[in-house]
Write a new protein. Sequence first.
Length: 66
Amino acid sequence: MDGLEEEYQDQLRVVRVDVQSSLGRELARDYGTFTPTFVLFDPLGEELWRTVGSLDVEKVRQSLAE
């Protein structure tokens, strides 16, 4: 994740959520209780896709290229 964040710093904003915090528990209820969960949103906040477990870096790159 750190590499993608650096590589796409002007196109991608990474937000890490601690699911042990009160906000994290609330977001886990909304977006899934499995960790790690990765969710990609468009600039308007619409969910484009989500994945649980390992992140497919190429899928992120393809999504950002579109």
